[in-house]
Design a protein around this ligand. Structure first.
Ligand code: FNR
Length: 183
């Protein structure tokens, strides 16, 4: 069955390793998964005073997430946690209270870093938020992608066969997880 997956990238950087990874995962995913990046760059900072009259950027973002069958987070680690831009997007989607766009959607997390630890801290801080948001998160395989500066060829493809095989396996596991939750 065809499933739509909203992809959130936790970096705004033009040459972001995380964005490149998200695009590579899109190409390696099983054919029934339709992945599309939902941009978070234009979101203003969440402010509870605007719950009753939200800015257009919040409304459009929530409308883009709501129909998705699942959500894939691809994120760097900033100071051992989730970058503020991604946390802001999560907060925007979670409100007004009782109208979260996240609840019940199966999710998966891929953290990507040029460092050796593959964004472990961000990955697990994000899991904490997603647990509260009632998003069942894929447990295995975990995806901590380290040494990202050496990961891509000049076309943006994953240069390393082992990593490509792992990402293919990861996306197959996510597809199975989506069916299990949505089934
Ligand atoms: C970083 N970086 C970083 N890396 C890491 O592995 N653990 C960390 O805690 C941090 N902290 C951190 C804070 C801030 C403010 C910045 C700007 C960067 C480095 C980070 O992994 C690197 O810049 C990546 O390239 C960011 O991901 P993108 O933009 O390539 O997707």
């Amino acid at each position: 069955m065809e499933r739509t997956v909203a992809v959130l990238v936790g970096s705004l950087r033009k040459d972001s390793f995380n964005r490149k990874t998200a695009l590579a995962l899109t190409r390696l995913a099983p054919a029934n998964l339709k992945l599309g990046i939902v941009e978070i760059r234009g979101l203003t900072l969440y402010d509870q005073d605007h719950d009753a009259g939200p800015p257009v950027c919040w409304v459009e973002f929530r409308d883009a997430i709501r129909p998705a069958d699942a959500v894939l987070f691809v994120t760097p680690e900033y100071n051992r946690s989730v970058p503020g831009v991604l946390k802001n997007a999560i907060d925007v989607g979670s409100r007004p209270y009782g109208h979260s766009v996240w609840a019940g959607k199966p999710a998966a997390i891929v953290s990507v870093s040029p460092g050796a630890m593959g964004g472990f801290g961000a990955n697990h801080h994000l899991r904490q938020s997603l647990t509260f948001l009632d998003m069942p998160v894929l447990q295995q395989p975990e995806a901590y992608i380290g040494n990202a500066a050496a990961l891509f060829d000049d076309k943006g493809e994953i240069a390393n066969e082992g990593t490509r095989a792992f990402m293919t396996k990861f996306m197959a596991a996510f597809a199975a997880w989506i069916e299990k939750i949505r089934g």
